[in-house]
Design a protein around this ligand. Structure first.
Ligand SMILES: [Zn+2]
Length: 301
């Protein structure tokens, strides 16, 4: 898996090449329409080359002559450009995206750094590589508080998830004591939808994030598992006590939680079961961690 920063950084060479091609195209277009300008530019180039040799020869008289010649040519050039309505910067390199100056990132109204809309392809690629290939349509703007009833509960949970995002973006993580969160809500209340939206938002804000189903953890490749230890934000969905007791999932999850907590990285376990029930039945190592985890829930359970 690659982070959004890596994906954007990898594309920068291609963007620079495109900028150069655009510049070359613009120059040949203008020269074709105005051969007179090309002639002057060739002459300027020639004068500059000759002046360069005069400098090496330390021939002050000749240097002066070339300086005057260049000045005359430049005046002539200015006149040609004005007369033919040519953009004066036609031979300069221009940004392809003026919004982000081709960096791929922009500042939002509230001062956060966010991926520029011109990098939608890289974003989609990153979502796919971050465990969300099956959920292309899950977008935060489509999340409705009143969709499945319990509007106030959904709104409350969304607020808590947003706080988590703010914590992720801000610098308050050092002050936080707990890095494991349990998002517990009954089945069919939109947990997966919200979890994926939060993961995508984190990526959009330039962070590394991953969405995984709990039962799939033991099937992930070692490279991915290693990456999950270090990414900024991890969501483990469909977390259940029975899952932790099968296929080595308990051991894999326990290692992840321990490594991530030591690096002060946030992990959210998403579950349809009440936390106190999970604590009783889970893999022992994970039970202990659940007790001190922060709760994300619409009720006081
Ligand atoms: Zn842009």
């Amino acid at each position: 898996m690659k982070t959004i920063k890596e994906l954007i950084s990898e594309s920068l060479t291609e963007v620079a090449a495109t900028r150069d091609i655009n510049r070359q195209n613009s120059i040949s277009r203008v020269y074709k329409a105005c051969p007179e300008l090309k002639e002057i530019d060739d002459q300027i180039l020639e004068v500059r080359n000759s002046r360069f040799i005069a400098v090496i020869d330390k021939d002050e008289r000749l240097i002066k002559r070339f300086d005057i010649a260049e000045e005359e040519l430049l005046t002539k050039r200015g006149r040609i450009i004005a007369r033919n309505n040519i953009e004066p910067d036609f031979d300069e390199e221009k940004f392809i995206c003026s919004e982000c100056s081709d960096t791929g990132f922009v500042k939002t109204a509230d001062g956060k750094v966010s991926v520029c809309p011109c990098r939608e392809n890289e974003l989609e690629m990153c979502y796919e590589q971050s465990g969300m290939a099956d959920y292309p349509s899950y977008k935060m703007k489509n999340y409705r508080d009143d969709y499945l009833g319990d509007a106030s509960g959904r709104k409350k949970i969304k607020g808590m998830m947003n706080d988590l995002l703010k914590e992720l973006i801000g610098k308050s993580r050092e002050e936080s004591k707990s890095y494991i969160y349990v998002y517990s809500a009954p089945p069919q209340t939109g947990k997966t939808f919200l979890s994926i939206c939060v993961c995508k938002t984190a990526i959009k804000l330039g962070k590394s994030a991953y969405y995984a189903k709990c039962e799939e953890l033991s099937a992930l490749g070692t490279d991915t598992l290693e990456a999950l230890k270090h990414i900024d934000f991890l969501v483990v969905d469909d977390f259940a006590d029975t899952v932790t007791l099968s296929n080595n999932v308990g051991s894999v999850l326990n290692t992840l939680l321990e490594t991530r907590a030591a690096s002060r990285l946030n992990t959210v376990l998403v579950t349809p079961f009440p936390v106190n029930e999970l604590v009783k039945k889970c893999d022992m190592r994970i039970s202990g961690k659940l007790q001190s985890a922060k709760k994300i829930s619409s009720e006081g359970r």
